[in-house]
Structure formats: structure tokens, C-alpha cells
Write a protein that binds this ligand. Structure first.
Ligand code: NAD
Length: 252
């Protein structure tokens, strides 16, 4: 059984893995034997140290995923150093909070560009490279509870994450026949930079915690098992699914 989850010799591109959930998933994949192409705006020093301590390689690639410009270089570097990538984790994401009545076009565009537009075009480039290189591919998109729910004061985030759920299904429909699995993970309320404002608001924090059956905020390492499953042969017949890792939030 452990062979099904073994990622030795595989390479994963993980975006936004210098911190938070991306770091948790990169460490999980590395512990299953996977090399990491770490795509970040800044050097992912801590992630690199911890990945390399597990005896696998991490290649840092500096890129700002606010635009599509770096996408070709990311794939080229994966090709040059590791002979191509087998797994893509689209984790980089941002959030902007403001009442819907006051929400600005800039806060709309900034969030949609990183969370949805560049997730799609990086996936497209990855899928093309898998098909050209005749490799199986695994795409893991990071969705959200707001792929299922409306949220409050985060219009562009809700739109982008609802879009991630739909795009994951579209990618599965078009690319499953090429041996590419496209799935998503929908994290619940996790203790990272993304939720710092919520956790610092005593009332919202109490409301959220009171609704989580597991009785705690999630931690980055809580995503490692789902990421390894969706990256490995164990999920070869799983296509277009969005897996909630949410301490039971959606069950309420
Ligand atoms: P985080 O802010 O700690 O991490 C976000 C990562 O994305 C960072 O590495 C950041 O540098 C990177 N990033 C942002 N903009 C980028 C850009 N333009 N170019 C390159 N990298 C960029 O927050 P997190 O909670 O770890 O978020 C990771 C993902 O999980 C996001 O997609 C987020 O929407 C999603 N998510 C988080 C939660 C939560 O509760 N924390 C819940 C659901 C989904």
C-alpha cells in the first residue's frame, strides 16, 4: 500500500510555499520523496532547509504570479533541473476584505489575477508539458470554503474560489483522457497569514471556532495527507473533485 503513496523520483511545482499552507503541502510531498520547484516572490529559505533535510531537492524559482509573464520560465526551469514536473500545486493566493458596497475594481482585479487567471494559465502550461513529455500529471488547486459558501466582505475572493471549483471540473473534463488528474483541496479555517485579521477579531474568531466540529483552527500540516493522496497513484481514478479539509465545517 505504501507504494501507492510513494512520490520518489517525482517533481512538484508548488506556488506560494515560503509560508502557510503551501509550506505544509511542500513538506508533505517532500516527506513522500518528491522534489520541489518552489515558486515564490521571495526566497523560501525555511521551506528549503526543511525539504532538503528530508533528502530531496528544492529548486527556488522567483516569480510574481500577479501576471502570466513568469509561467514559461517556471516550466522551463522544472524541465532543465528535473526533466519536467509531474505535479502542480496551485496554492498562491491573496484576499482583500471590504464591504461589497465599497469594494474597488483594483481589489477585484488583483485577487482574480493571482487566484484564478494565473492558476488557469499555469495549469494550461503544465498540462501542455505533461502531454508533450508523455507524462502523467497531477494538478491540485487550492479552493476554499468560499467555493461552497458566499462569505462576507470578500467579493473577489469568493468569486475566485468559486471559480477554482468550476475550473477544476473543466480541467478534469478536458485533460483526464491525457492522463492528467485535476482535483482541488478546500481548506477550512486555517491558522495562517490569510486568516490573521479574522483570528485577531475576537467576535469573528469566536463565531468561527464555535462552528468547527473539530474544535480548533486547522494547521498547515493538516493538508499534507490530502496533498500526497491527490499527487500520488492512490488517486489515479479521482478526477474533478474538491476535497474539503475543514475540521467538519461544511458538515454543519
Ligand atoms: P499565506 O498568505 O500564508 O500564503 C499565501 C502564499 O501565496 C504566500 O506564499 C504568498 O507569498 C503567495 N503569493 C501571494 N501572492 C503571490 C504572487 N503574486 N506571486 C507569487 N506568490 C504569491 O496564506 P495561506 O493561508 O497559506 O494561503 C494559501 C492558499 O490557501 C491561498 O490560495 C488561500 O486562498 C488558500 N486558503 C487559505 C485558507 C486559510 O484559512 N488560511 C482557507 C482556504 C483557502
Amino acid at each position: 500500500m505504501s507504494q501507492l503513496f510513494n512520490l520518489s523520483g517525482k517533481t512538484a511545482i508548488v506556488t506560494g510555499c515560503n509560508t502557510g499552507l503551501g509550506q505544509g503541502m511542500a513538506l508533505g510531498l517532500a516527506s513522500a520523496g518528491c522534489n520541489i520547484v518552489a515558486v515564490n516572490r521571495r526566497s523560501p529559505e525555511e521551506t528549503q532547509r526543511r525539504v532538503e533535510a528530508m533528502g530531496v531537492s528544492l529548486l527556488p524559482v522567483e516569480a510574481d504570479l500577479a501576471s502570466t509573464t513568469p509561467i514559461d520560465d517556471i516550466l522551463a526551469q522544472a524541465e532543465e533541473h528535473f526533466g519536467g514536473a509531474d505535479i502542480l500545486v496551485n496554492n498562491a493566493g491573496i484576499i482583500r476584505r471590504s464591504d461589497a458596497l465599497d469594494f474597488t475594481e483594483k481589489d477585484w482585479d488583483d485577487v482574480m489575477d493571482v487566484n484564478l487567471k494565473n492558476l488557469f494559465f499555469l495549469s494550461q502550461a503544465f498540462a501542455r508539458s505533461c502531454i508533450e513529455g508523455q507524462r502523467r500529471g497531477k494538478i491540485i488547486n487550492i479552493a476554499s470554503m468560499l467555493s461552497f459558501q458566499g462569505g462576507i466582505r470578500v467579493p473577489s475572493y469568493t468569486a475566485s474560489k468559486s471559480g477554482v471549483l468550476g475550473l477544476t471540473r473543466l480541467m478534469a473534463n478536458e485533460w483526464a483522457s491525457h492522463g492528467i488528474n485535476a482535483n482541488a483541496i478546500a481548506p477550512g479555517y486555517m491558522a495562517t497569514n490569510n486568516t490573521e485579521a479574522l483570528r485577531n477579531d475576537p467576535e469573528r474568531s469566536r463565531e468561527i471556532l464555535g462552528r468547527i466540529p473539530a474544535g480548533r483552527w486547522g494547521e498547515p500540516e493538516d493538508l499534507a495527507g490530502a496533498a500526497v493522496f491527490l499527487a500520488s497513484d492512490a488517486s489515479n481514478y479521482v478526477h474533478g473533485h474538491t476535497l474539503a479539509v475543514d475540521g467538519g465545517w461544511l458538515a454543519r
